[in-house]
Design a binder for this molecule. Structure first.
Ligand code: PHE
Length: 446
C-alpha cells in the first residue's frame, strides 16, 4: 500500500475535509430546513445530532479509512476480513454519493447562474419580489438549468482530472479562509439590521411546539449530509492519512467549523428575513431570495454579491469534488480503470441523472410521488432514508465488530480505559444506532 497517495500535511487534510463538509448544505440547505421546521427547537436538535451522532460517527469513519488504508469497499475487508458482509456499507455509500452528486450539481448550477447575474450587477434589488422573479425565470427554464448543471459538472471533471493531490488539496488551501472572511463581513452587516434580535431568538429559542417527528429525522439526516459522513467519503480521506493518531481532535475541528459556518449563515439570512418582512418558510429558494436584498443595502453591494456567489460556487465545488473523489477512487480500485476514464464516466452519469432534478421545477413539476417532486424525492431519499441507515451501519460495525481495541487505538489507551472511553464505546454500540433507528421509524411512519 506504500504507493497510496498521502496528504501533504495534517493541515491539508483538515482543509480538504472542511472543504467537503462546508458547502451548499450549510449555505443553502441549513437555513431553509430551519425555516421550514420552525427554527429554535430544530436547531437545538440539529446541534445535539452533530455532537452525539455526527462527531462520533465521523471519528469512526476516519478510523476505518486510516486503519484500512484503502477505499470505501476494500477498507471494510482489510479492517474486518476478506469477503466481509460489511462491505455493503461501501456500496450503499457510493450509491448515496452518486444520487447526491447528481442534484448537488444542479444546485451548483443555480449558484453559477446567480454568480453571472451578480457580476452583471443584476442582483441589486431592494424589492424581494424582484429577486423572486429572477429565480422563477431560472426555474421555469429547463435549458438554462441543464446548461449550468453541465458547466458545474465540467468544472468538477476538469479539477478531478488533474489528480487528487493537485486538484483537491490546492483547491482547499485558499478558498475556505476567504469564504469565512466574506461571511464575517456579511455577519457584521447583519448585526446592524433591525431584525437581528428576532433572528437570534428565532434561531436559538427552542419552541418545541413546531417540531415534528419528520423534522427530527431531517435534523439527523442533515447532520450526516453536512458532515459528509456515512458515505465513505471521510473514510477515503482518512485512508490518505498515514496513521490513526489524533483523529478525535481532527473530527471535532471539522464538525466545529462546519457548524459555525451554518450558524453564521443562519443568523445573516434570518436577520434579513425579519428586517424586511419576508417569509421564513419559503423552502429551497430562501437563500437566493434573501441575500440579494442584503447586498442591495450595502455600499459596494455589486462587488460583495459577486464575491459571495463566487465563494459559494467554490464551496460547492470542494464538496462535489469530494463526492467525485469517492466515486473515482472506488472505480479505479475495483474496476481498475484509469482516473481519467473514471472521471468521465462519473461526470456523464451524474449529468444524466441530474437532468431529472433540473426538470423538477418546470417540465416535471407536476410529477409527484408522495407529494414530492423528483428533486425533493431524491433529496429526501438520500438524507432522510439512506444516510441514517448507512450511519447506523457504520456505528454498528465500529462498535460491535471492531469494538474495544479500536476505541483504544482511536482515543489512546489512557482515555479508552477511563469512563469516557466506556461511554464512547456504548454510545457507538447502542445509543447512536438506537437513536437513529427510533427517529428513522417515527419520522418515516408519522
Ligand atoms: N457536506 C456537504 C455540504 O454540506 C455536502 C456533501 C454531502 C458533500 C455529501 C459530500 C457528501 O454541502
Amino acid at each position: 500500500m506504500s504507493h497510496r497517495e498521502r496528504w501533504g500535511s495534517r493541515f491539508s487534510f483538515i482543509l480538504a475535509s472542511v472543504g467537503s463538509a462546508v458547502g451548499l448544505g450549510n449555505i443553502w440547505k441549513f437555513p431553509y430546513i430551519v425555516g421550514h421546521n420552525g427554527a429554535g427547537a430544530f436547531v437545538a436538535v440539529y446541534l445535539l445530532c452533530i455532537c452525539c451522532i455526527g462527531v462520533p460517527l465521523l471519528m469512526c469513519e476516519l478510523f476505518i479509512g486510516a486503519r484500512g488504508q484503502a477505499g470505501a469497499v476494500k477498507a471494510f475487508e482489510i479492517v474486518h476480513r476478506d469477503g466481509s458482509p460489511w462491505r455493503f456499507l461501501g456500496h450503499l455509500g457510493w450509491m448515496i454519493a452518486f444520487i447526491i452528486l447528481s442534484f448537488y450539481c444542479v444546485i451548483g448550477g443555480w449558484i453559477l447562474d446567480f454568480l453571472q447575474l451578480a457580476v452583471r450587477g443584476q442582483l441589486i434589488y431592494n424589492n424581494p419580489d424582484a429577486v423572486g422573479n429572477i429565480l422563477q425565470q431560472l426555474f421555469a427554464d429547463p435549458t438554462r438549468q441543464i446548461v449550468w448543471h453541465g458547466v458545474f459538472i465540467v468544472l468538477n471533471a476538469v479539477v478531478m482530472q488533474r489528480g487528487f493531490k493537485k486538484g483537491l488539496e490546492q483547491a482547499g488551501l485558499w478558498l475556505m479562509p476567504t469564504l469565512v472572511f466574506v461571511l464575517l463581513l456579511l455577519l457584521i452587516c447583519a448585526l446592524f439590521l433591525p431584525g437581528i434580535g428576532r433572528a437570534v431568538t428565532f434561531l436559538f429559542w427552542p419552541d418545541t411546539s413546531r417540531l415534528t417527528a419528520a423534522g427530527i429525522l431531517e435534523a439527523v439526516g442533515h447532520s450526516f449530509f453536512t458532515l459528509s459522513i456515512a458515505m465513505g467519503i471521510m473514510l477515503t480521506y482518512g485512508s490518505y492519512l498515514g496513521s490513526t493518531t489524533s483523529l478525535g481532535r481532527l473530527a471535532l475541528c471539522i464538525a466545529l467549523f462546519d457548524t459555525l459556518i451554518a450558524l453564521m449563515v443562519g443568523v445573516v439570512i434570518f436577520s434579513v428575513i425579519f428586517s424586511f418582512d419576508m417569509q421564513a418558510n419559503s423552502g429551497p429558494t430562501l437563500v437566493f431570495q434573501t441575500l440579494p436584498v442584503l447586498f442591495s443595502q450595502l455600499a459596494g453591494g455589486w462587488v460583495i454579491s459577486s464575491l459571495f456567489f463566487l465563494l459559494v460556487a467554490f464551496a460547492a465545488l470542494t464538496s462535489s469534488l469530494s463526492l467525485f473523489e469517492l466515486l473515482i477512487s472506488l472505480s479505479t480500485e475495483t474496476l481498475e480503470t484509469s482516473r481519467k476514464k473514471a472521471a468521465l464516466g462519473v461526470a456523464i452519469g451524474a449529468f444524466a441523472l441530474g437532468i431529472v432534478s433540473a426538470l423538477s421545477t418546470n417540465m416535471l413539476a407536476h410529477v409527484t410521488v408522495w407529494g414530492k417532486t423528483p428533486f425533493d424525492l431524491l433529496d429526501w431519499l438520500t438524507s432522510s432514508v439512506l444516510l441514517p441507515v448507512s450511519g447506523m451501519g457504520f456505528a454498528l460495525f465500529f462498535g460491535w465488530v471492531l469494538g474495544a481495541p479500536a476505541v483504544a487505538e482511536l482515543l489512546g489507551q489512557r482515555i479508552a480505559q477511563s469512563l469516557f472511553g466506556a461511554v464512547f464505546l456504548w454510545m457507538v454500540r447502542v445509543v447512536v444506532p438506537g437513536a437513529i433507528c427510533i427517529v428513522w421509524l417515527r419520522g418515516l411512519l408519522y
